[in-house]
Design a protein around this ligand. Structure first.
Ligand code: ADP
Length: 164
């Protein structure tokens, strides 16, 4: 059985992530979306909130499951007996960082863990979670970036933070 993990912060998940997940789900028998539980990144949403968002959006894709994980990606993948990591590539600016991570993970896993890159669809190449947060913070329209349920959650989060 071909298994893969798509790890990320997903803070919040947007259409670019969902596109990668749907395409990867067609390539692997089982795809686990691994939500990184890393408080050093000071996320807008807690890891439980991010897992819940993804579960809601992916509930109709039977071979995709969502989990949180902490610690090293290589250890998480080894614990699940997964040898393939999926990552998305938007522009050349992603390349250095992603190449370095892929090579480090290969080294740490003694060559057992490989990384597969899916290039972004043109429609979503501009999209990042940081941009979504920046636009939403200043009350801009994020409906082209995220599904309605996420739009509501992001707006609510900023309303609460700003005490509106
Ligand atoms: P991380 O903090 O691990 O970079 P992100 O949630 O920002 O987590 O991204 C997770 C993965 O999704 C990364 O591989 C990233 O390159 C990819 N990704 C992010 N935005 C897009 C997009 N618009 N199109 C395709 N892939 C994307």
């Amino acid at each position: 059985m071909a298994k893969a993990v798509y790890p990320g912060s997903f803070d919040p998940v947007h259409y670019g992530h969902l596109d990668v997940i749907k395409r990867a789900a067609k390539m692997f028998d089982e795809l686990t979306v691994g939500v990184l539980d890393n408080n050093r990144k000071s996320p807008l949403f807690s890891v439980d909130e991010r897992v819940k968002m993804l579960n809601e959006l992916l509930k109709d894709i039977p071979n995709v499951k969502v989990e949180s994980f902490g610690g090293l990606l290589v250890d998480y993948c080894a614990s699940k007996d997964v040898q393939v990591v999926v990552r998305g590539l938007r522009a050349i600016t992603d390349f250095d960082y992603e190449l370095q991570n892929a090579q480090t993970n290969s080294l740490l896993s003694k060559g057992k863990l490989d990384t597969v890159f899916l290039t972004t669809s043109l429609d979503y190449s501009y999209l990042s979670s940081s941009a979504v947060k920046e636009i939403a913070y200043f009350d801009g329209d994020i409906s082209i970036c995220v599904p309605p349920v996420i739009e509501d959650m992001v707006k609510e989060k900023y309303c609460n933070m700003k005490g509106k």
